[in-house]
Design a binder for this molecule. Structure first.
Ligand code: AOS
Ligand code: ZN
Ligand code: ZN
Length: 388
């Protein structure tokens, strides 16, 4: 455990990464949604699977819900069910992308009746947050246009602000809105919240309880995402992360699978900006496991985040600052890369064991028999999936 100082160990002990309920349902691409044996049939079974990730890693204490995919009659009962399994209900995600009425917009729609319907959906999400004890309402909008001239982009920004103000006015206590941006898809010409600047402008006009959500898969290829992390932390407006990785578009693949170095660079800026143990910055995964097993897929992801966090915590800040102020380009880069190249896996395995967790959570889950149990028990009914 030589590489992990007591300070690093206590920082790691506080790390919590929220899991998305939809990661446990079936998913796929627009070509096909694949089915998997043992897939949850309802929100309770999704939560039970998420609790397994926490059980084997100690890293995933809460589960994000998606409305209406996780709609139930009694949210207080769902909350106690989750808490009995050792996890909390976290962020509530709204959905304005699967209703025929929203073909040309929801919170930006020029038809007042449709816009009011979309606002009402968000108010219902806040009612649910009251019952689940959730702090954050995450809004991702699938709104935009496909062709230049199709719509009045400026008027849509004004309507968006008005809609968000009505939703913001319903927040109580510590509740917050986190507004997620995405540069394209499902619209291909313009998107109403395409970038961090637009999200920032919209939430800054609302007030302190509105923040930006940064999904790592929502930028053009080559974007310096860690710069955006730095800037939002500097402005006090980074509310949450949706972690995943991508090769081409919004691939929603296992975190750290495509570019572990980028994950390291992002986590370095999080640490540099005081965001790691800042309760105002929520760490979530946003993934769809199309072909791999879902519970181990989530275990792999949270471990990857922990591993890159540990490497970023190892960085010698004094040596880096000295090299930076001396304009020692190669020296600074060497300090940075030394931390990235340090293999922390044996130290993390040892540290996990010292806390009563399995050294190898992937192997321990595989040996637990849970997967075989759900495959034999969860027969009949409809498997939950993206959109169900
Ligand atoms: C969509 O691309 C966004 O990443 C959303 O955060 C998320 O995937 C969605 O809300 C799941 O419904
Ligand atoms: Zn997302
Ligand atoms: Zn996405």
């Amino acid at each position: 455990m030589s590489t992990l100082s007591p300070d690093i160990q206590s920082t790691l002990a506080q790390q919590g990464i929220e899991l998305p309920s939809w990661a446990f349902g079936n998913s796929g691409t627009r070509f096909r949604v694949w089915t998997t044996e043992g897939t949850p049939r309802d929100p309770r079974e999704k939560i039970a699977d998420a609790a397994q990730v926490n059980k084997f890693t100690g890293l995933a204490p809460s589960v994000a819900l998606h409305i209406p995919w996780d709609k139930v009659d009694d949210y207080a009962a769902l909350r106690s069910y989750a808490e009995d399994l050792g996890v909390k209900l976290g962020t509530i995600n709204s959905n304005t992308f699967q209703d025929e009425d929203y073909k040309f917009g929801a919170l930006t729609h020029e038809n007042e009746a449709i816009r009011r319907k979309a606002i009402a959906h968000h108010l219902e999400c806040i009612d649910i947050m009251d019952a689940t004890g959730s702090r954050d309402l995450k809004i991702w909008l699938a709104e935009g246009s496909n062709y230049p001239g199709q719509t009045d982009m400026r008027a849509r920004q004004d309507r968006l602000q008005d809609s968000l103000q009505q939703i913001y006015a319903r927040l109580t206590g510590e509740q917050r809105i986190v507004l997620e941006y995405k540069f394209f898809e499902p619209s291909f010409y313009h998107t109403d919240v395409p970038d961090w600047g637009t999200s920032y402008v919209q939430v800054a006009a609302l007030g302190e309880q509105a923040m930006v959500c940064l999904d790592t898969g929502h930028h053009a290829p080559g974007t310096n995402i860690e710069f955006i992390v730095m800037q939002l932390l500097r402005l006090g407006k980074l509310g949450s992360f949706d972690f995943n990785s991508r090769f081409y578009a919004d691939d929603d693949l296992i975190v750290g699978a495509a570019d572990p170095f980028q994950l390291f660079r992002i986590l370095y800026e999080v640490i540099r900006g005081g965001g790691l143990n800042n309760p105002d910055v929520a760490f979530m995964l946003d993934q769809c496991h199309n072909i791999e097993a879902k519970i181990p897929g989530q275990i792999r992801s949270v471990l990857n985040v922990q591993e890159m966090t540990a490497r970023a915590l190892l960085l010698d800040h004094d040596a880096l600052a000295a090299a930076q102020s001396a304009n020692d380009v190669l020296g600074a880069q060497a300090v940075f890369m030394d931390a990235f190249y340090t293999d922390v896996r044996p130290a993390l395995a040892e540290w996990r064991e010292s806390r009563g967790l399995p050294a190898d959570p992937m192997a321990a889950f595989a040996a637990s028999g849970y997967q075989e149990k759900i495959e034999s028990e969860r027969v009949g009914g409809t498997q939950a999936g993206w959109g169900a």
